[in-house]
Design a binder for this molecule. Structure first.
Ligand code: SF4
Ligand code: FES
Length: 166
């Protein structure tokens, strides 16, 4: 479920259900994004441009933003790109409409989509490819060990992520 963290100049939203635990957020702006603080996102602790830049690095679309200061909202552009990650999901960027069985439609600017077929949360990747030892060609994608990614060889469950509590 997407939660909204409203700042004066920019609003950031987060959906743990589609986070793939890459930690661009925690590494990108350590004041704004703090795993164990509640709320874990405080958008006013950095400039809106800086916050937006970090949010755009989130590959899964778990983080999104909306400017409240008249600044430019994220522009998905004309082209949608799909990049296969080596041994991992498809990285998609553009205007992505996810249509669900219950008729709901969610629009995302970025998404990590399951390529191994094993995700419990399709069409999104939930890192089950790690447990399965999925192998497929693609671009290498370096994943750092971080507080949201304490191991590299197995999925991180929602229950293990402290951001599920707030
Ligand atoms: S996928 Fe999750 S951990 Fe990675 S940048 Fe986005 S919100 Fe942060
Ligand atoms: S590619 Fe990640 S769960 Fe399938």
């Amino acid at each position: 479920m997407r939660k909204v963290y409203r700042g004066k100049d920019i609003e950031v939203s987060f959906d743990l259900d589609i986070c793939v635990h890459i930690a661009e957020c925690l590494r990108g702006q350590r004041q704004v994004f703090q795993l164990k603080r509640r709320p874990w996102i405080l958008p006013d602790l950095a400039g809106a441009d800086e916050v937006a830049e970090v949010v755009r690095l989130c590959p899964s679309g778990a983080l999104q933003y909306r400017r409240r200061d008249g600044g430019q909202d994220e522009d998905p552009g004309e082209t949608t790109t799909v990049i296969p990650v080596r041994d991992g999901p498809l990285l998609v960027a553009g205007k992505i409409e996810v249509r669900r069985e219950d008729g709901t439609v969610e629009t995302l600017p970025r998404a990590t989509l399951c390529r191994c077929g094993l995700s419990q949360h399709k069409p999104f990747c939930d890192n089950q490819h790690l447990a399965a030892g999925f192998r497929a060609p693609g671009i290498p994608f370096h994943i750092h060990l971080s507080p949201v990614r304490p191991r590299l060889d197995a999925p991180i469950t929602k229950a293990e992520d402290p951001r599920g509590e707030n």
